[in-house]
Design a protein around this ligand. Structure first.
Ligand code: LLP
Length: 393
């Protein structure tokens, strides 16, 4: 992915920075769009995975909607140009201020996570003389078989309304005049690589959909959430997820009654591969037991390894020519400069022998990378470089 031209350009930039390959992003979006359009599915991008302006503009321009989890994400989506009729607002703890902002912007729907929240949205909508469209986020008790930190659809998770609460929910809804129930919403977890999980989800949704139908409710929207995983181990070979196979599962197993719409909230699968964190080696520490590469990027720029022991492929970048010989390799723990022992990107990585000022690329960092950055240790603001800013050869 990183040719000599790109590496030379990187050498002239201040590090660390996120590099976004906008052409790869576009190809990924087109593949997702093609897969979804085939079945008439609607895709919303989960802004929580990446809210970089250029990335969002690309996503907006293919016609996807926006899945937001804070008032600020709603405002960001509106500012970027997402159609309000394609913006949904989810989240287990929406504040009054955030709900009001969403109402004022006439978003498509709120994904409601508790019976109490129904009453709050109803009151706030009433005060504005509006009727809020809502989908009930239901916790289907489906095991996403992913890292327990990013599993959301189990009984013990804080998310959504439990199935045993649905009767109470319906009774409550009957008393609320400023709310219109338009659908049901699910999300069972993230980085799901086994498509059978989505099949199980479909089967659960079918039961719940029928339950509502039997009680005389017409649900226009079945929102199945996001969660499609990416291949962190093969960023060049497998850079575009198999959207076709993913959407086919829903086409095959999800029963749509009448003209029900199917909505998706994809985050990671759309943006992970197009982003890399580029960092410079500050020091090489050679020890008796371990060698360390100390980078100028740390957990403050990419928190996933420290937080979830997540794997990201790391490459040393070099300018190659026909004379370049295979260099000797060495084994390194690759760490950041932050004063925390968890500030480690990877252990025991075999790389070509590396020196101070060499550049490395930490791959597949476009999702939950830049957005989770922090200023801990009073680090500098995050920087980024876009592929179309790099001079053409
Ligand atoms: N919808 C809801 C309700 C969600 O909670 C999420 C992600 C998504 C959609 C998008 O899921 P995706 O398609 O990206 O899997 N920071 C973690 C991931 C947290 C995911 C939170 N929810 C990580 O770095 O792996």
């Amino acid at each position: 992915m990183f040719d000599n031209h790109l590496v030379k350009e990187f050498q002239n930039k201040e590090t660390p920075f996120y590099y976004y390959d906008l052409a790869l992003l576009e190809n990924t979006l087109q593949a997702a769009k093609k897969g979804a359009d085939k079945h008439g599915f609607h895709v919303h991008f989960a802004l929580k995975a990446n809210f970089n302006d250029r990335v969002l503009k690309s996503i907006c321009s293919v016609g996807f909607g926006a899945d937001c989890v804070s008032g600020n994400e709603v405002l960001k989506a509106v500012e970027i140009g997402f159609d309000a009729s394609k913006i949904v607002f989810a989240g287990v703890g929406k504040s009054d201020k955030e709900i009001i902002a969403a109402l004022e912007n006439d978003i498509f729907a709120f994904n409601v996570e508790s019976i109490q929240e129904l009453g709050v949205i109803n009151e706030l909508a009433k005060a504005k003389g509006k009727k809020a469209r809502i989908a009930l986020r239901i916790n289907p008790n489906v095991d996403a078989q992913t890292h327990h930190y990013i599993t959301t659809g189990l009984e013990e998770n804080k998310f959504g309304i439990k199935i045993w609460e649905l009767d109470g929910c319906i009774n409550e809804l009957k008393t609320l005049n400023n709310i219109e129930l338009i659908g049901i919403h699910f999300h069972v977890g993230s980085q799901i690589t086994d498509l059978n999980v989505f099949k199980s989800l479909c089967i659960k949704i079918n039961e719940i959909n029928t339950w509502f139908e039997e009680r005389g409710y017409y649900l226009k929207v079945l929102n199945v959430g996001g969660g499609l995983g990416v291949d962190y181990h093969n960023p060049d070979g497998n850079s575009i997820p198999d959207f076709e196979a993913y959407f086919n599962v829903f086409d095959q197993f999800l029963e749509r009654k009448n003209d029900q719409e199917v909505h998706f909230e994809l985050g990671r699968a759309l943006v992970a591969q197009c982003g890399s964190l580029i960092s410079k080696v500050l020091y090489v520490k050679t020890g008796l037991k371990k060698n360390f590469l100390i980078l100028d990027a740390g957990m403050t720029e990419l928190m996933r390894p420290a937080l979830y022991q997540a794997y990201h492929q790391i490459e040393r970048l070099e300018i190659k020519d026909s004379q370049t010989e295979e260099s000797a390799t060495a084994n390194y723990d690759i760490v950041g400069p932050i004063c925390e022992s968890t500030d480690c990107f990877a252990k025991e990585v075999v790389l070509p022998e590396t020196s101070r000022n060499d550049l490395v690329a930490i791959r597949t960092a476009g999702a939950y990378g830049e957005v989770m950055a922090s200023r801990y240790n009073l680090r500098e603001e995050i920087r980024y470089v876009y592929s179309d800013e790099i001079l053409v050869k």
